[in-house]
Design a protein around this ligand. Structure first.
Ligand code: SF4
Length: 294
């Protein structure tokens, strides 16, 4: 019931303050992204780490345009009817990875439920283009669920990314509320299929959407049981008032405790801290998991 009284938003705690480290490095990354006509999730999702990552010369490239066919309540990426995509985007992606001098590239995409294969072939082409143009560079792909379609998932798996990332995003109870077009069981299936295909499976959870720590631990157990080797946990930050409200700021100590719990479960690589995002410090994970660029 509306009370007519505006709820005061809690002040952003000090551990979420970010700063730009190297303006020149940031500009260089920005220029490379623009020159190759690419989208990034860093920009489209209003990632708080953009200052740090772009200063270091890393960015997460977003394939298949800037318009998503889904409308998740937490996500700042534009949703609507996408334009036709460029079939040569994979070449531009590889050129940008080369120009940035990356040792490890992270690719993601908007969801493209309008395409017959959900965009799987564009992921596969981009992995192969990077392998051709940038030998020795590792590739992580952060993929949508492709409705759990094994044929489309196999298209990506056969290109052998070094890490196959798919985010569970939140606990089972909140799935429908947070991402109405996706589902807990479907995401676990995607990850299980990736692990069964011999890939390093990775996933991520956000805290602050109304979950309890007990529910997060349950989700971690489910991920582990479905073959996931790497996990990221970070603070949800609403992009604006039109998105799902913030339910809590989890403290660094809570993130540490959940990270310790994940390590005890046997995850090989765990990133758990307020500013962690699924692609944050991705380049450090291959060493930790023993994976090598193919
Ligand atoms: S954490 Fe990921 S999405 Fe955010 S700025 Fe860094 S590379 Fe981009």
């Amino acid at each position: 019931m509306a009370t007519g009284v505006e709820q005061e938003k809690p002040a952003r705690p000090p551990w979420l303050k970010v700063r730009l480290e190297d303006w020149a490095g940031f500009k260089t990354t920005e220029e490379i992204v623009e020159l190759h006509g690419l989208n990034t999730v860093c920009h489209s999702a209003h990632c708080p780490n953009i200052g740090e990552c772009w200063s270091r010369g890393t960015a997460t490239l977003m394939l298949l345009g800037n318009t998503c066919t889904r409308r998740c309540g937490f996500c700042a990426v534009l949703s609507g009817v996408p334009r036709a995509y460029d079939p040569h985007e994979s070449e531009r992606v590889a050129q940008a990875v080369k120009a940035m001098g990356l040792k490890f590239a992270v690719l993601t995409s908007v969801a493209r439920d309008d395409l017959p294969d959900g965009g799987a072939s564009v992921f596969a082409d981009s992995i192969r283009a990077i392998r051709r143009e940038c030998p020795g560079v590792g590739v992580e792909v952060l993929i949508p669920d492709l409705h759990g379609n094994k044929t489309h998932l196999d298209t990506i798996f056969e290109a052998r990314p070094d890490v196959l990332n798919h985010n569970l995003e939140t606990v089972e109870r909140l799935q429908r509320h947070v991402r109405p077009s996706a589902g807990y069981a479907c995401s676990l299936k995607v990850l299980r299929l990736a692990a069964d295909a011999g890939l390093v499976a990775k996933s991520g959870l956000m805290l602050g959407l109304g979950e309890t720590d007990g529910e997060v631990r349950e989700a971690l157990r489910d991920l582990k049981q479905n073959g996931v080797a790497m996990i990221t946990m970070g603070q949800y930050l609403p992009p604006d008032d039109d998105h799902l409200p913030l339910e809590r700021y989890a403290t660094p100590e809570q993130f540490d405790a959940l990270g310790d719990y994940a390590r005890k479960l046997g995850f090989q690589h765990v990133e758990s801290a307020p500013l962690v995002r699924s692609s944050y410090h991705s380049e450090e994970a291959p060493a930790a998991t023993g994976t090598r660029p193919s």
